[in-house]
Design a protein around this ligand. Structure first.
Ligand code: SF4
Length: 225
């Protein structure tokens, strides 16, 4: 189960995240590498396909205009080969789609780890497939850090924001993947996140902390960017 400390610690820790930045970038980490001439972080979008319909997300429009595509593994490897000597702070799998829909994601993680491409290999996911083969695979291949954007502490808010059902199954999948992570003695850090949408009041954020503090490694609240 989760290795995280107390709820108060999470609150303090959240204050240390850089507002509006990517998850896991703290001021201390940025300061450490701020003099670099090469970008600190690389976002890679394995696919623009998504299995949710968040009302605030441009994904539907992007797919309508551009169609669905999946990053070719050889193109991905070429990118990693080009950036590996710069040693990024973070390689982040995410942009407009859901990365766990890409079946080769475990291979992508493994290649980036082999090439030592970044200090942290990070996945941002909606978590729906986190306990499936690909979700388990990325942990087995050594991904460092996962952020699951749950964004709700109850079914209604989840349905309202994400446009789909499946809240109970999502919670169950996250608990199962944390147990699996522990079972295989992986060091992957698993964080759950909620954003301060208008639909989410303080009570729901408190309930979210209550729900996940003893289970996930970190619980994060982020503002709307
Ligand atoms: S899960 Fe992410 S990519 Fe998919 S619709 Fe929601 S915000 Fe967009």
């Amino acid at each position: 189960m989760g290795r995280g400390p107390t709820k108060d610690h999470y609150r303090i820790m959240n204050e240390n995240f850089v507002e509006g930045s990517l998850t896991c970038l703290t001021p201390a980490v940025i300061e450490r590498r701020i003099t670099t001439e090469f970008p600190l972080v690389l976002n890679i979008e394995p696919t623009n396909a998504c299995n949710a319909k968040c009302y605030y997300c441009p994904n539907g429009e992007v797919v309508m205009n551009q169609g669905v595509s999946f990053l070719d593994i050889n193109d991905y490897k070429r990118i990693i080969d080009q950036i590996k000597s710069h040693k990024l702070i973070m390689l982040n799998f995410h942009k407009d789609g859901e990365p766990l829909l890409h079946k080769k994601l475990p291979d992508m993680v493994e290649y980036a780890k082999e090439k030592n491409a970044a200090d942290v290999i990070h996945l941002n996911t909606n978590g729906i497939l986190i306990n499936n083969k690909v979700g388990r695979g990325i942990i087995e291949r050594g991904i460092d850090d996962i952020t699951v954007s749950i964004d709700a502490a109850n079914k209604n808010t989840y349905q309202q924001l994400k446009g789909i059902d499946g809240f109970d199954k999502l919670e169950e999948s996250i608990e199962k993947i944390i147990n699996y992570r522990d079972k295989i003695k992986s060091n992957t850090n698993i964080r759950v996140k909620i954003m301060e949408f208008d639909e989410i009041g303080k009570d729901e954020i408190d309930a979210f902390f209550e729900r996940w503090s003893d289970i996930a490694d970190e619980v994060q609240v982020t503002g709307i960017q």
